[in-house]
Design a protein around this ligand. Structure first.
Ligand code: PSV
Ligand code: MN
Length: 388
């Protein structure tokens, strides 16, 4: 008998984690961007690599795009290419952080021309969504200031709201806007959307299809992220996750690598708040693989999320609730930790095999020959990199 009950197995079967196209391109830090053999040269090749992650894990049914990094002449063709490989095109990420005009802001800029340009970029992203069939427009803003007194922070909030409203009004059907927050970088004194409260305050004025995106790397060290997850789910405003892990700042390392216990705690609150397999709450990775192999890096990442989800589902809820009601501090903590310390890997391997998936996706990928094939084929051209 598996330690994973039929109910847990069916919840795991419903899990889908969106991959970021940029995880398959070269990346690094501001000091050096590293290259690897076989790196995709265009969005079609990035999607082929993402489809490989899904093939061996059954966990990654869609791929997020970043505009303009993934701009192609024919998004319908990109969509068909994805569908032929068994994946869908997912979230469209806008980019207002790499254009000279946006040095002092984009959606908050005091110059109407520049603000209009930034709004128009988002309207163009929605045109892309119409062609790709994507539901979500994800907005992360790199704007803010470096020095006290440099700018009028309050006026910028008003202009931001105005810009977001124009973008929101262009959405149709089930399309949504998700606003991502980040506490610092590239601005160091103030950031226009630094925290979940600001993101919430902005999207709450727009409407039901405007939600908050929580990137796990975008908090000060020591922040209780699972509390934020709980609160946003409670308010019905948690639209999506950008999963990654960090030791210091926005490190964008493999999710669950730096702090598996934190990932467990987040997933406990996701389950508690009804966010698991809830179409309103999109699970996405936002990572870079600077020095490790990219496709195995993404496979490892989605497996980490699956493993921690299984452990979180193992919590003996009646026992936990009884201990909580009795204010049995140590009893409650023991129930919680029992689930966290349960090694679910053998049970998950068995369960995968029972569903026709490789029991060991990392080994299956290594044995597939795909890596050798792309290294041989992808010769010449320019490898995609962070920002290209
Ligand atoms: C910003 O740090 C961010 O998390 C946003 O989601 C961007 O779109 C992404 O990283 C780019 O890598
Ligand atoms: Mn992000």
């Amino acid at each position: 008998m598996s330690i994973l009950s039929a109910d847990i197995q069916s919840q795991l079967a419903g899990q889908g984690i969106e991959l970021p196209s940029w995880a398959f391109g070269n990346s690094g830090t501001r000091f050096r961007v590293w290259t690897t053999e076989g790196t995709p040269r265009d969005p079609f090749e990035k999607i082929a690599d993402a489809a490989e992650v899904n093939r061996v894990t059954g966990l990654a049914p869609s791929v997020a795009l970043h505009i303009p990094w993934d701009k192609v002449d024919d998004f319908g063709a990109l969509r068909r290419h994805a569908e032929d490989l068994g994946v869908a095109l997912g979230t469209i990420n806008s980019n207002t952080f790499q254009d000279e005009d946006y040095k002092f802001g984009a959606l908050t800029h005091e110059d109407d021309r520049i603000r209009r340009k930034a709004v128009d970029h988002h309207l163009e992203c929605i045109d892309v969504m119409d062609a790709t069939g994507s539901r979500d427009l994800k907005i992360w803003l790199a704007e803010g200031s470096n020095y006290p007194g440099q700018t009028d922070m309050r006026a910028r909030q008003d202009r931001l709201n105005d810009s977001l409203r124009t973008i929101y009004e262009r959405l149709t059907g089930d399309q949504r806007l998700v606003l991502e927050y980040k506490f610092f970088e590239p601005s160091f004194y103030h950031t226009d959307v630094p925290d979940w409260g600001t993101s919430y305050a902005q999207v709450a004025t727009l409407g039901d299809r405007a939600m908050v995106c929580l990137d796990t790397g975008h908090h000060a060290p020591g922040t209780n992220i699972e509390f934020i997850v709980m609160q946003l789910l409670r308010l019905g405003k948690l639209g999506s996750f950008d999963f990654n892990s960090r030791f210091y700042a926005d490190d964008d390392l493999i999710v669950g690598a730096a702090d598996p216990f934190q990932l467990f705690r987040i997933l406990v609150e996701v389950i508690r708040g009804g966010g698991l397999n809830n179409p309103d709450v999109a699970f996405m990775l936002d990572q870079c693989h600077n020095i490790e192999a990219k496709i195995p890096g993404q496979i490892r990442s989605v497996l980490n999320v699956q493993e921690m989800t299984a452990r979180a589902l193992l919590i003996d809820q009646p026992a936990l609730q009884a201990a909580q009601s009795a204010n049995d501090v140590l009893g409650a903590q023991a129930v919680f930790m029992d689930a966290f310390y349960t090694d679910v890997r053998p049970a998950l391997a068995e369960w995968r095999a029972s569903r026709g998936l490789p029991d060991d996706p990392m080994a299956a990928y290594a044995a597939s020959g795909y890596q050798q094939k792309i290294e041989a084929e992808r010769v010449g051209g320019t490898q995609a990199g962070w920002g290209a």
